[in-house]
Design a binder for this molecule. Structure first.
Ligand code: DX5
Ligand code: ZN
Length: 215
């Protein structure tokens, strides 16, 4: 069954606890945490303290998406805060293989995110090593952007490569995901839907219905 990873980026900070508890109760599998440093992307969100606080209120998978540069020196603090998966942008740090190894040394899952400007061939060498690949269907940095249809082919390509080479990553899609845009992502083999404004800008009472429609 397809997994849902709600991104808390669009939520009012003071409503995050209430919304995450409602999403947890509505049966999502992950919580997606978008960490932005105002340098790798032109937006500034939160640090490992957000992961630490979320770890106290949910046992769902904490799916940390690092949009920061450099990356390596922050890995330990995100592990210590309680991350379950740490996904980063390989173009943000020349030590990408070391970072993946470092994440594995802490016994958690490593992921890479594919910027819309990058092709699968640009990140192929990481595929044998990671447990998650996030296909970005918006330019990283902000919630509420329009879904980029021309990125969907990467989901299919990643799915075919996984079968061909017996890789063991899950494929996530992130950006502009709604029940409508999720359809072709699922048709192309996506495993996880990272969903921000479509869920977090809505009333908690609607979550069960919205999640059912996404699946
Ligand atoms: C964008 C983030 C996404 C974003 C998704 O840089 O990585 O996770 O929060 O938000 P929506 O679903 O509103 O595009
Ligand atoms: Zn994200």
């Amino acid at each position: 069954m397809i997994k849902i990873s709600p991104s808390i980026l669009s939520a009012d900070l003071f409503e995050i606890e209430k919304k995450v508890k409602a999403l947890d109760k509505a049966g999502v599998e992950y919580i997606h945490i978008d960490v932005m440093d105002g340098h790798f992307v032109k937006n500034l969100t939160f640090g490992s303290n957000m992961v630490k606080s979320l770890r106290r209120i949910t046992s769902k998978v904490l799916d940390v998406h690092l949009m920061i540069e450099p990356v390596k020196l922050y890995i330990k603090e995100f592990v210590d805060a309680g991350s379950d998966i740490i996904t980063f942008h390989p173009e943000a740090d020349k030590n990408s293989f070391e970072i993946i190894q470092l994440i594995h040394d802490y016994n958690i899952k490593a992921g890479i995110a594919i910027h819309p400007d990058l092709k699968i061939s640009d990140i192929f060498s990481f595929l044998p090593k990671v447990q998650q690949v996030i296909v970005m269907t918006v330019l990283p940095g902000f919630g509420g952007q329009k879904f980029m249809e021309n990125q969907v082919y990467k989901i299919k390509e990643l799915s075919d490569l996984r079968d061909k080479h017996d890789f063991n990553y899950e494929i996530s899609v992130d950006g502009g995901i709604t029940d409508l845009t999720a359809v072709e992502c699922k048709k192309n083999g996506v495993d996880i839907l990272a969903v921000g404004s479509h869920l977090l800008n809505k009333k908690e009472e609607l979550y069960p219905e919205l999640i059912k429609n996404l699946r």
